[in-house]
Design a protein around this ligand. Structure first.
Ligand SMILES: C[S@@+](CC[C@H](N)C(=O)[O-])C[C@H]1O[C@@H](n2cnc3c(N)ncnc32)[C@H](O)[C@@H]1O
Length: 277
């Protein structure tokens, strides 16, 4: 609930804010409704996200079990089996050795959006940032995209294994794994030609990381690139910091949960679309 408000007052403030937002019928390659975050909005957007969705009251890691060695998930007519390394999670700086909810939400969102015709991946170039265990990139390849899954140089072993183990036989697209540290110079193959899509789940989680992430997004994206990020509602200050910085160079909009996969919706996750201004 919003601070100092009754439930009814909070709902009415939220409704007014929602009504005041610009909703567009498409943004970049996403052909569904998107609520634009305007330049003055980030602080209010964050306050209301936390106020309305109340992320602290919903279960974290609802779609993953981070203590398991494997995550099983059906997608694109296959039974995917994603290896995790729970013991590595204790190593400082290691976060991608297990799956996070926003990865499952984003993977199932792109599958669902392809089925409903709001996204098309066939033949498209996709770069995934901070791919971790690789679920999202694998799903994009199964949907027909040519995907480059990227992560920090010392985080690629598990990622490569998951790509090899899950993308066997008749895959509509393709996938390769390569290193990419945000903020570093890009390998020309990644940005020439610029990707159709850049995907990332749970990659907004620290102020330094946000600066580097946005630098990489700016370098990677061309005028035709659509960025789809799924963020976890974990730290309001970091998400606000990200939005404030991102809207300087990108049109940013959110996709409401009605458009997500019906079985993979979470009050702790938000999906943003970004397109270069
Ligand atoms: C919280 S994990 C999310 C992993 C995966 N996307 C998911 O949703 O399960 C964040 C990912 O970003 C990667 N990462 C963090 N900082 C990075 C950086 N500076 N450059 C590249 N990747 C980075 C981590 O290695 C990790 O795989």
């Amino acid at each position: 609930m919003l601070p100092g408000c009754s439930a009814d007052e909070a709902e009415s403030v939220a409704d007014k804010f929602e009504e005041s937002k610009t909703v567009v019928d498409e943004l970049g390659l996403y052909k569904g409704k998107v609520k634009i975050v305007s330049n003055d909005d980030p602080a209010e957007e964050i306050m209301l996200l936390w106020g309305i969705q109340q992320p602290i009251y919903s279960k974290p890691n609802a779609f993953v079990r981070q203590s398991s060695l494997q995550l099983h998930l059906d997608a694109c007519g296959r039974s995917l089996s994603i290896l995790q390394s729970p013991s590595s999670l204790g190593v400082p700086g290691v976060t991608g050795s297990v799956m996070w909810d926003s990865g499952v939400v984003l993977g199932k969102f792109i599958e669902h959006a392809t089925e409903t015709g709001t996204l098309h991946f066939q033949g498209k170039k996709v770069v995934e940032l901070g791919a971790g265990c690789g679920l999202v990139g694998c799903i994009a390849a199964l949907l027909g995209a040519h995907v480059v899954l990227t992560d920090l140089p010392d985080r690629l072993r598990l990622l490569k294994k998951n790509v090899e183990d899950n993308l066997y036989g008749n895959v509509r697209g393709s996938a390769v794994v390569t290193e990419l540290t945000w903020g570093n110079n890009l390998d020309p193959d990644l940005c020439c030609p610029s990707p159709d899509y850049v995907l990332g789940s749970d990659v907004i989680y620290g102020e330094d990381a946000v600066v580097d992430l946005l630098e990489t997004l700016s370098d990677l994206c061309g005028a035709q690139t659509t960025v789809i990020l799924a963020g976890e509602l974990r730290n309001d200050a970091i998400l606000e910091y990200f939005l404030e910085a991102a809207i300087k160079d990108f049109v940013v909009g959110s996709i409401d949960q009605q458009q997500w996969h019906p079985d993979y919706r979470s009050q702790r996750v938000v999906i943003y679309i970004l397109v270069k201004k």
